[in-house]
Design a protein around this ligand. Sequence first.
Ligand SMILES: Cc1cc2nc3c(=O)[nH]c(=O)nc-3n(C[C@H](O)[C@H](O)[C@H](O)COP(=O)(O)OP(=O)(O)OC[C@H]3O[C@@H](n4cnc5c(N)ncnc54)[C@H](O)[C@@H]3O)c2cc1C
Length: 373
Amino acid sequence: MAKIAINGGGMVGAALALGLAERHQVVLFDHATPSASEAQWDLRISSVSQGNLNWLARWQIEDLVDKHKCRDYQQLEIIDQRGQRLVCDAEDVAEARLGAMIENRALRHALWQRLPQNVTQVVGDPLQVWQPQQQLLTCQSGQQFPVDLLIGCDGARSWVAQQQDFAVVAEDYDQDCILALAKLPQAVSAKTWQQFRDEGPIALLPLTQNQVCLILYQRRQTVVRWGAEDSMADRVSDAFQPYLGQLSISQLASFPLRRQHARRYHVGAHTALAGDAAHTIHPMAGLGVNLGFHDARQLVASLNNGISEAALANYQRQCQRYNRKALALLDGLHRLNTGNGAERLLRPLQSAALTLLGQVPQMRKWFIRQALN
Ligand SMILES: Cc1cc2nc3c(=O)[nH]c(=O)nc-3n(C[C@H](O)[C@H](O)[C@H](O)COP(=O)(O)OP(=O)(O)OC[C@H]3O[C@@H](n4cnc5c(N)ncnc54)[C@H](O)[C@@H]3O)c2cc1C
């Protein structure tokens, strides 16, 4: 039984701890233990795919997620600038749902509640020194942990990545994502949709019968101006009004968007990265945490027979190419739908692809199965 440290108990780090604890001793570090959900939805919500929910079902995670902070969705609709629509329905592939919208805080809280005895939790005592040759971790308080492997699940500004100089390929999208919680006078169905626009897409995530999360992507300088004018809520309402009518916004925040990918996922047999510490992706397709769970699944499988450089190289082989494809796809979609140059000329191809997927059931089923993973 090996001793593995995970820095960062976000959704990915906590899920990885659960998986690794089945065969190894785990030490999980974070700034704070997750708090239970509050009455209101938090703005950070993830659409978790059915494939990842199936993996998490191994620990009955959904039974512990606050039922008020989780909603299944059955349909996904994409509408392009030319008005071409594609509707994907779980029924097309004989499934009950495509996935679930889950509040990040509620999911993280549920994952931590399931951590078994052999996961030592170290909270509020940040790591200060990692000596891979001595296999020794030292916290700010001086507390020390001998470990075989340190895995960074500590988000996009990973401390672990900085210790071992994990170089990244990165690009700032010069675009912000505005998230808003809104109440509608009418009930909404269990359908998530996204409408592409030249300025950036708008999207809706259904939360409760008449509560939704609205997402609007916009150039950064415009978002800064809206902030200075204090007009962000009005701008969001205006953008969605043609689709939803009157709505009342209760919470609002914006996040800068950046793509980032580590050039390697491990150093030797002693340090590795997973989740946002290894990659951040444009959130347009709701893939971020899903890629992170995929990393966790592969890492657990690769380390099943013990820790070695070959096992970590196998993990990198499985995940780096998979994630690179997803990052490139989202990058392409972003450029195609917001670019002003030759990209515009390619937009009819996107419409044709949506038409094809809509009209050929076998292709649509294949597309939905990809989304389910
Ligand atoms: C606007 C927006 C919308 C999104 N929507 C979706 C979506 O619909 N679906 C989806 O799949 N993804 C979505 N994502 C992406 C998703 O939120 C992230 O991919 C996901 O949170 C990454 O999880 P993580 O556990 O890897 O990292 P994080 O969530 O960043 O967690 C990192 C953890 O590490 C801890 N930590 C950090 N530094 C240290 C340190 N030095 N010491 C100890 N602990 C530390 C933090 O406290 C935290 O608990 C979205 C992202 C954005 C910006």
